[in-house]
Design a binder for this molecule. Structure first.
Ligand code: DHE
Length: 508
């Protein structure tokens, strides 16, 4: 009996010692080979952040490949000649482990990260190029982390410039179309001067950032963070920190921020929270007594973390994503919130995982409707925005990501992003709500995300591939291909006029 106990104790001590040794050698391997570029705390330095939530979209096998073979067009070297496959595996295991303590990103760190990037003092108040500045497209190429500025009349690049690692979400323009702000998943916010074709400034606002919004007057930029749980309000002029808002619910629960949106007619930002059933509206004006920005909190009975706004921004359609790890609480298929009344006014009948953020609206039989693709279910749902009823479910060849149209075209385009039909794009007649054509631009290659030219006559579509990616320009009336421009995983494209004029056919 005593013998068994002692031998068990020795085994336990041995196992604890062995697992401690494994943990120490993983840490040592990371410190030796990775920390200089990615930071000892894995929060990212010159290289991107290596924490589990930031790596969610990268399979372990892909991480192994990047460490082994390097990443093209970046500073990431190939480690295969330097360290053993076992050490590479140890590093991969280590970066997918949640650290005992998550790194902080506080006010001082935000301030210290800010840089002015425009070195010359001579600035032109007019564009330095001949292309129509309103009909430019910004094309985010995440294959090699660049943006191409494309002339929307000639379909030729004006310039191409480097960005931070992994931009995500739509770039946000000032209303005059001159400046644009980008956000990267690792927390970098950059301001770019389109007229002078150069960056103005940049700042790091967090470790895991979702998106940004820009106030209508151009004075404020606000960033939504998953980590730390915060909103970061910056000066639109030079991205200096104005205020960091820790995000905690009325009940005292700290929450990730899913996204933040500019509600132009309301002079406010509307905030979607990931972990708590509240919707926040932050007005641009400050409360004179507290000098804090006036914030209304709308208490909901479910978590809503993906939004679509009515054209006047008085109503928000919100949907819940199925709960992921760390999320708690009630979810709902969809609800409508009246921002003026500060409460829910309707439930929505939406299956699967609607992608409201990518929805569009138009008038159908004299009624305003919205249509949304679905990340889980093979359909486009069409909702009457007067009575909030689902009036049509359009069957598609698979679940889709992005939907687009334009005031001057009778058609709406929706991709089939997921599954075997990822290379197809449906074209829907906005009058009949029927699919009238299905394109297959490049068999086997993901075709997604459409954006129209200023006049709505041409539709630009991405072939979202790393090596043989492209933008294909279509005649929006005949669906004939007009031009093909090679690009490196062109994820999203943004037409300056359509975005700044809040075209109902695109996201804002
Ligand atoms: Fe996005 C916009 C959330 C995965 C490409 N995506 C947005 C926005 C949100 C969002 C909240 C609106 C921000 C804005 O424009 O201000 N995206 C999410 C997710 O929650 C999700 C499903 C999972 C995640 O890990 O973040 C997700 N998104 C993706 C992708 O996998 C895509 C295809 C490729 C990528 O690089 O990440 C992708 N998201 C995009 C694009 C937009 C976007 C291109 C801008 C659309 C537009 O036209 O405005």
């Amino acid at each position: 009996m005593i013998h068994n106990f002692i031998s068990g104790l020795f085994t336990l001590i041995y196992l604890v010692g062995a697992s401690q040794a494994v943990a120490e050698s993983k840490l040592a391997a990371y410190e030796t080979h990775c920390a200089a570029c990615h930071g000892s705390d894995r929060a990212g330095l010159m290289g991107p952040t290596l924490l589990p939530e930031n790596l969610k979209r990268l399979k372990k096998s892909a991480a192994l490949d990047v460490i082994t073979n390097g990443r093209v067009a970046t500073q990431m070297p190939a480690f295969k000649a330097l360290i053993s496959p076992e050490t590479i595996t140890q590093i991969v295991d280590y970066i997918y482990e949640t650290p005992a303590e998550m790194p902080d990103w506080n006010d001082a760190m935000i301030r210290a990260s800010r840089r002015d990037l425009a070195t010359d003092t001579v600035r032109s108040e007019k564009p330095k190029f001949t292309a129509d500045p309103w009909n430019l497209f910004l094309i985010v190429e995440t294959g090699d982390h660049h943006v191409t500025l494309l002339d929307g009349d000639k379909f030729e690049p004006v310039t191409r410039f480097e960005t931070h690692f992994a931009l995500h979400g739509g770039p946000k323009f000032t209303r005059d179309g001159r400046f644009v702000y980008f956000a990267s998943r690792d927390g970098w916010v950059s301001k770019y001067d389109i007229y002078n074709l150069r960056y103005v400034s940049e700042v790091r606002v967090g470790i895991n950032t979702r998106n940004i919004a820009v106030s209508d007057n151009g004075e404020y930029v606000i960033a939504a963070n998953y980590w730390p749980h915060s909103l970061v309000l910056l000066s639109g002029k030079d991205l200096s920190l104005i205020q960091r808002i820790d995000v905690t619910s009325t009940a005292g629960i700290s929450s990730r921020v899913s996204a933040v949106y500019n509600a132009r007619p309301r002079d406010s930002f509307v905030v979607a929270l990931k972990d708590v059933p509240e919707v926040w509206e932050i007005h641009y004006e400050t409360d004179k007594r507290t000098t804090n920005f006036k914030t209304n909190r709308i208490l909901m009975d479910a978590i809503l973390d993906d939004f679509f706004f009515s054209p006047d921004y008085s109503k928000v359609m919100g949907a819940s994503r199925p709960l992921d790890s760390g999320q708690r609480g009630q979810i709902a298929s969809g609800q409508v919130i009246d921002l003026d009344r500060g409460k829910k006014i309707a439930d929505l009948d939406l299956p699967g995982m609607p992608h409201l953020g990518s929805g569009i609206s138009w008038n159908y039989q004299d009624r305003p409707i919205m249509a949304t693709p679905n990340l889980r279910t093979a359909e486009v749902s069409v909702i009457d925005m007067q009575n909030w009823q689902t009036i049509k479910r359009i069957d598609t060849l698979g679940s889709g990501f992005f939907m687009r149209s334009h005031e001057n075209t009778p058609y709406a385009w929706v991709d089939v992003f997921f599954g075997p039909n990822k290379d197809k794009v449906h074209i829907i007649d906005k009058k009949t709500l029927e699919i009238v054509n299905t394109l297959q631009p490049v068999p086997g290659k993901t075709a997604a995300h459409v954006e129209f030219t200023k006049d709505g006559l041409f539709a630009l579509l991405s072939i979202m591939e790393q090596d043989d990616g492209a933008i294909i320009v279509y005649d929006a009336a005949t669906f004939e291909e007009v031009k093909r421009i090679p690009m490196s995983r062109p994820v999203g494209k943004y037409n300056v006029y359509n975005k700044t004029h809040l075209s109902s056919g695109t996201s804002h």
